[in-house]
Design a protein around this ligand. Structure first.
Ligand code: ADP
Length: 461
């Protein structure tokens, strides 16, 4: 039972059946009462005209009301115990006249006492024990005497009609209920079939077939769900592909220094060497190890970042202080390449992770020094505009060809011309991830042989 109600189908069906049950029961009661009203109403109308007719006859009866109102005593009134009766009663209870249908000793209509100026309708038991509808009304005769005219009609036929109607309802309504329930169940199952297909399809999707998509049936309520799901699949596929590419590229990058170490060891150990030769070999191994450790450090940083804003330690950071720290850190490297670094602009405060932002700016300034010409310049400028803080970094370096500009933020991407200069191809992708996580952006412009300008834009709040 619980299982039935926990499914959408079960709940929809239960909802429909209970609503339909209430509607059908209400409709049944309404129709029955309406029919009962119509039937009793028509009997009452008939009785009313009968009473009026008898009253009219009494007023014109010349030989006195004791006679059996010969003009009224016809038809059903003439047949004994036919279910159609009338009687004229005096206030003391004496019967003045009655229909021949009552002319059996001991049989009479129940007497409604009192003087009844308005017609009084009641339901009573007749001489045969049958249910009767009875109308009583008092009239004053021309001789001043007050009489009460009672006319009655058996309710047996009306009750039989109502019973038949009730029985029909009791057969028809449950049948309608069951047929509609089955119909609705069919519609629900049929309507939810795409959802089942949908969930089956989702169940078959693994990392191996992330390129598959769910059919987006137009016009169906499920189409927006399928669309969102397909968008999610595309994003998953993209991220999965990125991860795969990252893994391959990382392995490839790690292999180069490892291969250098191995080959230096193999060559050096192939025979006895002099102390100088061992020293030279160790120096090469040291360089390769430094490259390896630098690469591993960057890889760790990349995997830690992944654009997660939640992992940032947010605080108020003055970009002027931060840039000064970066310049101080990289000053020895700049000095060794004879590159001057200039910094201008006022302090701009942003809400960010000081350590990460320092890392991002350091990577960009590091590149500006690394890919510069001896005696070149790096100019850093701080600006604020509307709700944004900007760090503009201009260098006088080798520049980046236009067609490569869009790729420099990709992991492991390195411009061909700059490959002879040491690097991992990860610095800018790390910087971009950090700035993205701060809901900022990095823009770049470059002219080969003239220099490159990076613009880091961060929201002030
Ligand atoms: P790398 O560790 O190789 O510097 P990055 O991700 O920091 O890796 O940069 C990617 C590539 O973009 C670099 O290899 C270089 O070719 C190019 N690049 C980045 N900054 C500059 C710059 N200021 N001037 C010229 N080329 C640059």
């Amino acid at each position: 039972m619980n299982l039935l109600f926990s499914s959408i189908k079960g709940r929809l069906l239960a909802l429909f059946l209970s609503a339909f049950f209430v509607v059908l029961t209400g409709l049944g009661f309404f129709l029955y009462n309406k029919l009962e009203g119509i039937v009793i109403g028509s009997i009452d109308n008939h009785l009313h005209s009968e009473v009026q007719l008898i009253a009219g006859l009494l007023e014109t009866e010349e030989e006195g009301p004791e006679l059996e109102l010969s003009e009224a005593a016809i038809g059903d009134y003439a047949t004994p115990l036919s279910g159609h009766y009338y009687q004229v009663v005096l206030p003391d209870g004496r019967v003045l006249a009655r229909s021949p249908s009552l002319s059996i000793p001991g049989k009479r209509l129940p007497h409604v006492r009192g003087i009844l100026l308005e017609p009084v309708y009641t339901t009573a038991t007749g001489p045969r024990g049958e249910p009767l509808r009875l109308l009583a009304q008092s009239f004053r005769l021309p001789d001043g005497e007050v009489v009460t005219i009672e006319a009655a009609e058996s309710l047996e036929e009306a009750y039989e009609l109502l019973r038949l109607f009730r029985n029909t309802l009791l057969v028809v309504f449950p049948a309608v209920f069951i047929i509609s329930g089955l119909g609705v169940l069919f519609i629900i199952v049929w309507s939810l079939r795409p959802l089942e297909r949908f969930s089956k399809k989702i169940g078959t999707i693994t990392e191996r077939n992330l390129n598959e998509r769910i059919e987006e049936t137009r016009g169906s309520e499920l189409s927006s769900l399928a669309k969102s799901f397909n968008t999610m699949l595309s994003r998953l596929e993209e991220s999965f592909e990125r991860q795969k590419r990252f893994f391959t590229d990382a392995s490839h990058e790690l292999r180069t220094p490892t291969a250098v170490i191995k080959s230096v060891c193999d060559v050096t150990l192939s025979r006895k060497r002099t102390a100088e030769e061992y020293e030279e070999a160790l120096e090469k191994i040291k360089q390769a190890t430094e490259r390896l450790s630098g690469l591993i450090g960057r890889l760790l940083e990349v995997s830690r970042l992944e654009g997660k804003l939640s992992s940032l330690k947010l605080e108020e950071v003055d970009l002027k202080d931060l840039t000064e720290d970066v310049v101080r850190l990289l000053d020895p490297a700049a000095a060794s390449s004879n590159i001057a670094i200039g910094l201008k602009g006022d302090g701009v405060k942003v809400h960010g992770d000081r350590e990460r932002l320092t890392e991002a700016i350091k990577n960009i300034v590091d590149n500006a020094i690394k890919y510069n010409r001896p005696g070149g310049r790096v100019d850093i400028e701080l600006e604020k505009k509307d709700g944004w803080a900007m760090i503009i970094l201009r260098d006088t370096g080798m520049g980046i060809p236009q067609d490569k500009l869009c790729r420099i933020f990709e992991r492991f991407y390195r411009v061909e011309e700059s490959r002879k200069i040491g690097g991992t191809g990860l610095g800018l992708s790390i910087a971009k991830s950090i700035i993205d996580a701060h809901r900022g952006r990095i823009e770049v412009e470059s002219e080969p042989g003239v220099g490159t300008t990076f613009r880091v834009v961060l929201p002030k709040r």
